[in-house]
Design a protein around this ligand. Structure first.
Ligand code: GLU
Length: 303
């Protein structure tokens, strides 16, 4: 497919300058989605990919960065473990309970796998499970913030997911693209990287429109761009499409955090991004905006 690379910048500002800045990032949140962690043919975990992911994250720590991993996969791994092939059929009676039960099984399995691989690199990892209340409730938010800070001081990599076993509609964040941006804002990160099954942002859906153009840099998230996301659809495994990625970009950039969407088919892009290479779509953090995270999260499903 032919795609022409374009940049979405005001005043023809230099893409290179934005990319160079990535070399100095100190606190990095990386998000990986369920579809990127599984073999598409079987739905089983892709251990090779997980291994590369963990190695890249450990290497970021070795470069002196603070690192957070936001990972999906609890429901997908749990479904596999209890042999639910078609969740829709099982879901007929109580869809939420089935998903929550799968998450309860899958989250533990997922962590077991991560812990094993992190241990191979002598890296301590921790688990943090969040809900909407973690941000909206002042005391919970304060506690969560302090826990992350303490973990960074201890050199630990926190592994975050939504607490799917208790999160129902009223208290759910819903998808891990949004969750990862919320985490980035909560921990005062300076870079968020979303690893996804797409290369980045296009002017249209590249699977349907061969003239869709790739966007290298977004300096301003216009209403037009946000509307483009709403029209897009997501993958069949995770919950996020382009819409949730643009919401994540809104949260991140409004909190003055740069965000990148990059393709997870080669997870080694992580260190290349930190080397300033031009990979994926970069959304440039905006210092000028005022952003109230708890208020945004409280009103999330009404936005
Ligand atoms: N929290 C869900 C899980 O771990 C996934 C949400 C998402 O895919 O965005 O299974």
């Amino acid at each position: 497919m032919e795609t022409r690379k374009v940049k979405e910048t005001k005043d023809g500002a230099d893409v290179k300058r934005f990319r160079e800045r990535l070399k100095d990032k100190k606190k990095i949140v990386v998000k990986i989605g369920s579809s990127s962690l599984q073999h598409s043919e079987t739905g089983d975990l892709d251990y090779t990919k997980l291994d590369v992911l963990v190695r890249e994250l450990c290497d970021m720590r070795n470069r002196g960065k603070d690192v957070v991993l936001v990972t999906s996969g609890a429901i997908a791994v749990g479904k596999k473990a209890v042999n639910i092939k078609d969740i829709k059929h099982e879901e007929e009676d109580n869809p939420i309970a089935v998903k929550q039960a799968c998450a309860a099984v899958g989250q533990a399995r997922l962590m077991m796998t991560y812990q094993k691989i992190f241990a191979e690199y002598n890296q301590v990892a921790a688990q943090i499970l969040m809900t909407k209340n973690t941000i909206v409730d002042n005391l919970n938010r304060y506690n969560a913030h302090n826990t992350f800070s303490e973990l960074f001081k201890l050199g630990v990599i926190p592994i975050v997911n939504e607490n799917d076993t208790v999160a129902t509609y009223e208290i759910e964040i819903g998808d891990n693209d949004t969750l990862s941006a919320i985490v980035a804002a909560l921990v005062d990160a300076d870079l968020l990287i979303l690893l996804s099954d797409i290369d980045g942002l296009y002017t249209d859906d590249p699977r349907q429109n061969k003239n869709a153009q790739f966007i290298e840099v977004v300096e301003e998230l216009t209403d037009e761009l946000m509307d483009m996301g709403k029209a897009s659809t997501g993958s069949s495994v995770g919950t996020g499409g382009m819409n949730t990625k643009l919401i994540a970009a809104k949260i991140a950039t409004s909190s003055n955090i740069d965000m990148i969407i990059a393709n997870s088919k080669d997870i080694k892009v992580l260190h290349r991004i930190l080397d300033g290479k031009n990979i994926g779509t970069l959304f440039v953090g905006n210092k000028e905006t005022y952003f109230d995270l708890p208020e945004f999260v409280a009103n999330m499903h009404n936005n």
